[in-house]
Structures are given as C-alpha cells and as structure tokens.
Design a protein around this ligand. Structure first.
Ligand code: CA
Ligand code: ZN
Length: 295
C-alpha cells in the first residue's frame, strides 16, 4: 500500500481527519516531501521565494485501527528511498551560527547512490534519517517544527532504516504522520537544516496494548534510546537519564544504584538537535547489557 505525498499536515493534532485507515500490522510506503514542500529544488531558487506556511509537511495522518489512549504505536522503519538531489540552507539569526552570517543561503546537492556530492568537492556518505515522525499529541496541536512527547521534529539520526520507534498513543487511531527526511545530518543540526530531500519510506505500523512510554523510545539492533525534548538541553538530559533508569529497572536483575553505575559506565547522552523550539537529547543504552532486551 502507498500513501501519496500530497496529503500533508503542518501540525500534529487530534483534530485532523485521517487520510487513511489501516489495520495494525500494515506495511505502508509513505511518500514524503522535503521540509520546504519541495519548493527549493533548483540551484537558482532562493529562500526569499519560500512560502513559510508550507514548511515541515508531514504525510498523513494515518489512523491505525486498535490504537487507543494508553497504548503504544510501534513503527518499524524498513527502507528509506531518497530522491536524487536534496537542499541544504543556513539563515541569518537561525541555528547556532546565525549571528555570523548575513541573509539566507541554499545549496542544491546531488545524491548519487550512497554518496552526497556537496559543492562537487566533497563526497559524503549518506546517513538517511527521518526528521519528523509522530502521533497526535494529548492536548492542543503542536506544529510540525516542534518535538515533544508525541515525537514530531526530533531530528534524531538514529531514526533510520532498521530502527523501531515506540510512541505513546493519546487518541484513537494514534494519527501517525511523518516527513522531513535527511540524506545526512550531524548531531545538533547546528546550521538549522540537514540535507533536506524528498523520499519514499516503508514502515510497518503496529499496536502494543498499554505500555505507553512518556517520551518516544527507539530500538535498533544494538541499543535502546529514550528521546526527550525540552526547552533546554540540561532539562532534556535529566529527563532522558531518569526515564532510561526507570525503563531498565524491570529489565535488569540488579539494584537501582547498580543500574545507575552501569548507565554511567556504558550509556551515552547524545544530542539530537539544538535548533528547534525544544531541544532534543537521547540517552542510549546497549542492549547487550540488558537482562531482558525487549520493549
Ligand atoms: Ca527537522
Ligand atoms: Zn529537515
């Protein structure tokens, strides 16, 4: 089944009509526009021509049958198929270095298979990832540029092929949507964009009854990560470590102090992004040290 990229939302909200209803367990190919709604695709395009109200489209929302408040929406990312070119920008007064430049700048960059040809001078391996992915939040609508408990604009490089995400469900059907694929992005996303690129993403949407996590949890072949967004990085680190400790307790047969010592030895605080309205941090713990390495 395929969901076309013309069905987009610019906020996560319980009030959006679903564009598709699927049974739990459905595998779906989702077409995504880039974060500029594909408005800046040619070398002579400029930020000035951008209609800002069309920034950060997320394809959806998809109603997943059987997902009810308190449940967990399980998303497995199988495949990310990139377009052959992407767009990167930096802007005055945006990102960590916005005070060091004047005006706005874009570069349209070719992607040849697994290689990004930046300025035709640098060959950079692709590191495909999904920037915006999530469900309808509990209360009022949250624009697709902002991350939170519901996921959203987490800009986390681990949200990649082979990863599984666990989201809290706040409303019937979960109302899943995603967009903002990057061909590559460094931790922090300091210049305010990755290599923004249209893509087709294949995912399986599944429901786990109950167990809703407080913030999105990510699993890949090696690790579990808890992805927390807060106004400051410090607050996000505190919450991510606390939630990981609580996540590990029922999955280990050692005491809380022993878990904290182990987290200190082999766990990692990693910064996802520092440029969105809330900052995103993840605490990452290797599965091989867990007694029960399951969500
Ligand atoms: Ca983003
Ligand atoms: Zn992006």
């Amino acid at each position: 089944m395929k969901l076309a990229g013309d069905k987009v939302i610019f906020s996560f909200s319980k009030d959006h009509e679903p564009v598709l209803r699927v049974p739990a367990g459905t595998t779906l190919e989702i077409e995504t526009l880039d974060c500029f709604s594909n408005q800046l695709r040619n070398a002579d395009d400029t930020m000035e021509q951008l209609e800002w109200e069309r920034v950060n489209p997320a394809t959806g929302p998809v109603y997943v049958e059987g997902a009810e408040p308190g449940d967990t929406l399980k998303i497995t990312i199988h495949n990310i198929k990139l377009n052959e070119k992407g767009t990167i920008c930096c802007l005055e007064n945006e990102g960590t270095l916005g005070h060091m430049i004047k005006g706005s700048h874009i570069r349209v960059v070719k992607v040849d298979g697994d290689t990004i040809k930046y300025l035709d001078k640098f060959e950079i391996p692709t590191q495909k990832m999904i920037g915006v992915i999530g469900v309808a939040p509990k209360d009022k609508a949250i624009n697709t540029g902002t991350p939170g408990h519901h996921g959203g604009n987490m800009d986390t490089i681990l949200v990649a092929e082979g990863a599984t995400l666990y989201f809290p469900v706040f409303h019937s059907g979960a109302l899943f949507a995603m967009g903002d694929i990057h061909a590559a992005m460094g931790d922090g996303e300091i210049g305010v964009s990755g290599l923004e690129i249209p893509a087709d993403v294949t995912v399986t949407l599944d429901v786990i009854k109950g167990k809703a996590p407080e913030y999105p949890v990510l699993e890949n072949i090696d690790v579990f990560a808890i992805i927390v967004s807060k106004i400051t990085v410090d607050e996000a680190i505190s919450a991510a470590t606390e939630l990981m400790c609580k996540f590990l307790e029922p999955r280990m047969d050692i005491t809380r102090p022993e878990i904290i010592m182990l987290m200190s030895l082999v766990g990692n605080v990693q910064i996802s992004q520092v440029v969105d309205p809330e900052k995103t941090v993840r605490f990452v713990f290797p599965k091989k040290y867990m007694k029960k390495a399951e969500f």
